[in-house]
Design a protein around this ligand. Sequence first.
Ligand SMILES: *[C@@H]1O[C@H](CO)[C@@H](O)[C@H](O)[C@H]1NC(C)=O
Ligand SMILES: *[C@@H]1O[C@H](CO)[C@@H](O)[C@H](O)[C@H]1NC(C)=O
Ligand SMILES: *[C@@H]1O[C@H](CO)[C@@H](O)[C@H](O)[C@H]1NC(C)=O
Ligand SMILES: *[C@@H]1O[C@H](CO)[C@@H](O)[C@H](O)[C@H]1NC(C)=O
Ligand SMILES: [Ca+2]
Ligand SMILES: [Ca+2]
Length: 646
Amino acid sequence: MRGSPPCGTAVGCMLLLLLLDALLLFAGQAAGEGIITNHVVVRLHESAHDDAHQLAVEHGFQSVRKLPFGEGPLPLLPPMSPRREANAVPRKRQRLQKDSRVMSVLEQPGFSRQKRGYRDLNEMEVNISDPLFNKQWYLVNTGQADGTPGLDLNVAEAWGLGYTGRGVTIAIMDDGIDYLHPDLASNYNADASYDFSSNDPYPFPRYTDDWFNSHGTRCAGEVSAAANNNICGVGVAYNSKVAGIRMLDQPFMTDIIEASSISHMPQVIDIYSASWGPTDDGRTVDGPRELTLQAMADGVNKGRGGKGSIYVWASGDGGSYDDCNCDGYASSMWTISINSAINDGRTALYDESCSSTLASTFSNGRKRNPEAGVATTDLYGNCTLRHSGTSAAAPEAAGVFALALEANPDLTWRDMQHLSVLTSKRNQLHDEVHQWRRNGVGLEFNHLFGYGVLDAGGMVKMSHEWKTVPERFHCVAGSIQDNHKIQSGGRLVLTIDTDACQGKDNFVRYLEHVQAVVTVNASRRGDLNINMTSPMGTKSILLSRRPRDDDAKVGFDKWPFMTTHTWGEDPRGTWVMEVGFQGPEAQRGVLKEWTLMLHGTQSAPYIDQVVRDYQSKLAMSKKEELEEELDEAVERSLKSLLSKNN
Ligand SMILES: *[C@@H]1O[C@H](CO)[C@@H](O)[C@H](O)[C@H]1NC(C)=O
Ligand SMILES: *[C@@H]1O[C@H](CO)[C@@H](O)[C@H](O)[C@H]1NC(C)=O
Ligand SMILES: *[C@@H]1O[C@H](CO)[C@@H](O)[C@H](O)[C@H]1NC(C)=O
Ligand SMILES: *[C@@H]1O[C@H](CO)[C@@H](O)[C@H](O)[C@H]1NC(C)=O
Ligand SMILES: [Ca+2]
Ligand SMILES: [Ca+2]
């Protein structure tokens, strides 16, 4: 199960050290298992904390870094002379293990993380010296590139109210940022930037002939490209600061690179944008490892002076063959997972659907029109019209959140999620596969788009008046832990009756996230599908068929499937899980565990603002206007929450 380990039992209170050897070593198999890297993480006994550097030196490591999560500051100590034997790291690890100052040594095997949306087919680069603003249909959609007018992020309204991201720093965790780009240089926050791929403070991208490392620079422009400088277009939050965290440009990812990136300067960086994750091949089930989970938990609990770091995640580019609930970064409660619509409101072909996606922004797809892509900054000081994938969608969301944070710097990481749920719009989005539905408190959602497309204007207006949501509680609603057979043609139906911990301190009355922790095996994992229905009748598709996943061995092991679709609902009553197979051949499987975890508040969120809004507006006896003004979904959900609370 995922969560932050309590102090004392795991990494919580120990000093963590990253020891770096001079060169990356690849001794592993091609599949990515057992790849040896030059990262060694050690936990030291408390008495040895001051000896960190000495220890590293004695064991012949090149440099040492104290990790910022858990405890301790982050000094980067000077490098020692490099060692180059292929088996140096394993030998050193053994020696470290025997050192009495060392509590334990953590393996850091290499694994694969892929940036979303990289298309190596001939991306046409456009060299335009004029402002690209009128090509940025995702900012203001007037029907450019055969798009649907009005289908955009509604940033014009937010800008009109004076919000442009001033005072907010967004970090792009990616393959670097060309911070010399004339449209980025003035908004670049060098102090908050770092290069974890090559361990220095300069996250400049490594230029290659195929423009492979243009990803981060393109994402940065969407957030923070400067306005009115006659270069390229503008970022969503064009007066915000952008930091570069270079962490994708090394042969293999390690837990420690991810954890270090996610926990980099959490008191300075407000929003972290990630457009990468496990391979989108439709057969991978993977997520953050131990240290990264701890870093994220630390981020939401301690970042931004305790208001919580905002992690924005691209939901993935695996298309209909993948399910983003199998991506533990996108499906984490601590990230805001963002999907994409194209400029006429359709889904993009690479979009993955899943119940953990919170909302959507815009990207390219389907259309051949070269101007239907995302216009932003590019390498060589150039601009592009062709940024793509959910990669392009996540930074747009980060930009919108920056506008919201400027409107109200007190917003917590959960406020941001509530605001996204309440103000995102169906607009003219249409999904040919999944219907739009309303949950038990009237909030409209879609299995692919989440609660709809972010609305910057709506978001800053609501943020401005926002009161922080009440305290969050966690309730284990029930757990089934015996074996249940699943057969093709049949359907396993299980139920959990719960009072949602009523009468206890951790009673959850108004839902935020719900997790179904599932252990299941199957003769073909990809043919499994799992649905869960809440007591208020909202069905979440926790897992859809993944035709390319032919795993017959691993299955899902305590995998936390997450749904946002029951947001605001009363969780008390009977939850139903249905498990079955879809696919051409007969399959067998065994469900071994279903643990239902509820997260949310005891007291009603929004009540204060609803009451105030209603009172002030009713006082002006403009009831009709009020009905129009309040976003449909907000109104419905708020009214219903209000009436239920009375
Ligand atoms: C790009 O624009 C500049 C300035 O307008 C021009 O000098 C240059 O030739 C252009 N390059 C290409 C590849 O079109
Ligand atoms: C980038 O722009 C410069 C001029 O600003 C131009 O000379 C160059 O060809 C462009 N590069 C590419 C790859 O388009
Ligand atoms: C699933 O687990 C059951 C019970 O442990 C076992 O009997 C069965 O062989 C497993 N099936 C697969 C496909 O791994
Ligand atoms: C889950 O829901 C989907 C979509 O409504 C449906 O096609 C599928 O048959 C359901 N699966 C199970 C096991 O009930
Ligand atoms: Ca510009
Ligand atoms: Ca995926």
